[in-house]
Design a protein around this ligand. Structure first.
Ligand code: GCU
Length: 620
């Protein structure tokens, strides 16, 4: 083997291990399916924090990591306190005397000093929980952006990279017998070229613990994972599995019951604690946006039981049609970020999420594109409940480090965690492996591997990505080689904003699409400052955006295989790159709704079009 290859392998190994010595650099797999259904103690609320741009709480002055030293002590994660009132020891931090912020919540929107902050912030939460014999305990974070080191009672639980998928640690045996515990998190939202996403994005780099934190509990042998869904393209079969974990996992009885459907089946786990099933699904009412029927599914085994509300539907493509439960549909969609525009910051909980989806329903949507990263688990449960189909995505966005093995591992781990977390959600019909990634062999190899990984984990949903396009004159060519691997032909096109002159001229463009697959346009749009009025040629005005939507719809309707769209974007959102002092001020203004909740004129153009499409496809 040549030296070059050896060096590459050595580099790959080092990158996988990560800079902190033995810590695994990839996201850990989801430990508990439906962890919120096992919650015993919420840790949401007030957490003390210390801003630490020099990472003084992690490295000594020689830049040696405290948690890799012989004692492992010395970092802020010890939450050290003086042993006497004289404060004789030299301790140069004190969580309890430091400020506090609300968790879940990004730090940028909670402390004016932190609006643009990129670096490390330490968080500490004390809590009381007395461990019960025979119980297992899990510490769950809905998301921490971007890199997190997590400690319980001064002991390191692990390090996680990836700002949008759950982090879970088995903390059985690590809770203090007396019940007094504390958790410390080192959160670092520094951007890196080899990260996922990479250093350049068009959204705000919100840092911190941005989603729910809680402790879940289960019996010693417990149901750690399950999938209960209809077979691919076959509504007569209920397929899936139940996975036990724990000493007694093999040869156990597991009962699956859907009382309302008169279904009850006892299964037996194999030597690995797994029971797979394929049952007749004769009496299940199918889930759809018009009728989002959810069933209470109960799973039990020994001392453990878990319940989940699950919808059942099939999704497939046939030529240029998308079939939901065997019927051709049109995806009346909108793209959205995980952000509450009214109090700019990551969506903080169910209220924010329900508001966003209610706006989408008001627009006449039956579909949402949750860009550009995995959204809150609660968002998907609300989509199930409210009847909205979903495009879910990993943040493989723009110029990723395609040839870095650790970058691929990270992207694949985020995709695997997304699918593991959301595989029982009827609303999700599309897994997207990325957005607007520049053509090239390394990118094609990277994205194709992600597509195949997704299909190996879940063969029931459609695969997509926002493909590249190129123009010659008024012909827009969509022949991105990645399209051959996907079920949908999706692309972002900004005729009337980034190219093609003003909106009035864009209907001259025609689309030359290489693939005989359903076309779902993943983005189009233009900025408008709400309340700024001019004529249809006045950029940044509501009238310009209104004209752009009218002409986009006319132009795209000429595509024979058009079966949906998710214009960019539901609401104005914070974006660091958007710096025009009058029209933007750090916001991307392509929203149909402004950052003060005002519906712009273009909102009603799209709403009107969706009313027509609902009539045409759903006859309602
Ligand atoms: C891109 C990208 C979005 C971005 C948008 C824009 O297509 O996918 O994340 O915000 O265009 O330029 O506004």
């Amino acid at each position: 083997m040549t030296t070059r290859i050896l060096l590459k392998l050595l580099l790959a190994a080092l990158l996988l291990v990560g800079p902190f010595g033995a810590q695994p650099a990839r996201a850990q797999s989801v430990l508990l399916q439906n962890a919120p259904g096992r919650r015993v103690l919420s840790l949401n609320g007030s957490w003390n924090y210390i801003i630490d741009p020099y990472e003084n709480g992690f490295y000594d002055y020689r830049r040696m990591a405290f948690d890799q030293s012989k004692t492992g002590k010395g970092g802020y994660y010890d939450n050290q306190k003086p042993s006497s009132a004289q404060e004789s020891e030299l301790i140069e931090y004190d969580f309890d005397k430091s400020p506090a912020m609300q968790i879940p919540g990004d730090w940028n929107s909670q402390d004016p000093r932190l609006l643009y902050y990129e670096g490390t912030i330490w968080f500490k939460k004390s809590f009381s929980l007395k461990p019960q014999a025979g119980q297992r305990y899990f510490l769950y974070f809905g998301a921490i952006n971007y890199e997190a080191h997590v400690y319980l009672n001064g002991k390191k639980l692990g390090m996680h990279k990836g700002g949008f998928t759950p982090i879970q640690y088995d903390i059985t045996g690590l809770l203090s017998a007396g019940g007094d515990n504390f958790v410390v998190v080192k959160a670092d939202n520094t951007r890196h070229p080899d990260a996922v996403p990479t250093i350049n994005t068009d959204w705000w780099n919100y840092g911190g613990i941005t989603r729910d934190v809680f402790i879940a509990a289960t019996p010693a042998t417990f149901i750690t994972d399950y999938k209960v869904q209809l077979a691919k393209n076959d509504a007569s079969k209920l397929n899936g599995y139940v996975q036990l974990s724990g000493a007694e996992k093999a040869g156990q009885a597991v009962t699956l019951s859907i009382r309302e459907a008169g279904l009850k089946q006892t299964l037996k786990t194999d030597a690995d604690g797994r029971a797979t099933f394929s049952l007749p699904a004769k009496k299940l009412k199918l889930w759809s946006p018009q009728s989002p029927k959810l069933y209470a599914v109960s799973l039990s085994s020994g001392a453990d039981a878990v319940q989940d509300n699950i919808g059942f539907r099939t999704i497939e493509t046939r030529g240029q049609d998308i079939l939901l439960n065997g019927k051709s549909i049109y995806l009346r969609g909108i793209s959205m970020h995980d952000e509450n525009p009214l109090i700019p910051g990551r969506a903080r909980g169910e209220g924010d999420l329900r508001m966003l989806l209610t706006w989408a329903k008001e627009l006449g949507c039956n579909y949402v594109r949750l860009a550009h990263y995995p959204h809150n688990e609660t968002m998907l449960r609300l989509a199930d409940e409210m009847g909205l189909l979903v495009w879910a995505e990993v943040p493989v966005y723009w110029t990723i480090a395609w040839e870095n093995p650790a970058t691929y591992q990270n992207a694949e781990a985020q995709l695997a965690d997304l699918i593991a977390m959301e595989k029982n959600r009827a609303s999700i019909v599309v897994w997207s492996v990325g957005n607007e990634t520049p053509l090239g062999e390394p990118r094609l190899k990277f994205m194709t591997s992600l597509v195949r990984k997704a299909r190996s984990l879940d063969d029931t949903r459609l695969l997509a990505a926002a493909l590249e396009l190129h123009r010659d004159g008024f012909r827009v060519n969509v022949d991105d080689p990645l399209g051959a691997e996907l079920d949908l032909t999706s692309f972002n096109e900004y005729a009337g904003w980034y190219w093609g002159g003003s909106p009035s001229g864009i209907t001259q463009y025609t689309f030359n699409i290489k693939y005989d697959k359903p076309v779902v346009v993943s983005e189009f749009g233009g900025d408008a400052l709400a309340g700024y009025h001019g004529d249809a040629e006045t950029r940044w005005s509501e009238e310009y955006q209104e004209s752009l939507y009218r002409n986009q719809i006319k132009m795209l309707s000429a595509i024979p295989g058009l079966r949906g769209m998710t214009p960019w974007i539901l609401a104005d959102f914070r974006a660091t790159r958007r710096q025009h002092p009058v029209y933007q001020n750090g916001f991307n203004r392509k929203g149909l709704i402004s950052s003060t909740g005002v519906k712009k004129k273009a909102f009603y153009v799209l709403q009107d079009y969706y009313r027509q499409m609902a009539q045409q496809y759903d006859g309602k």
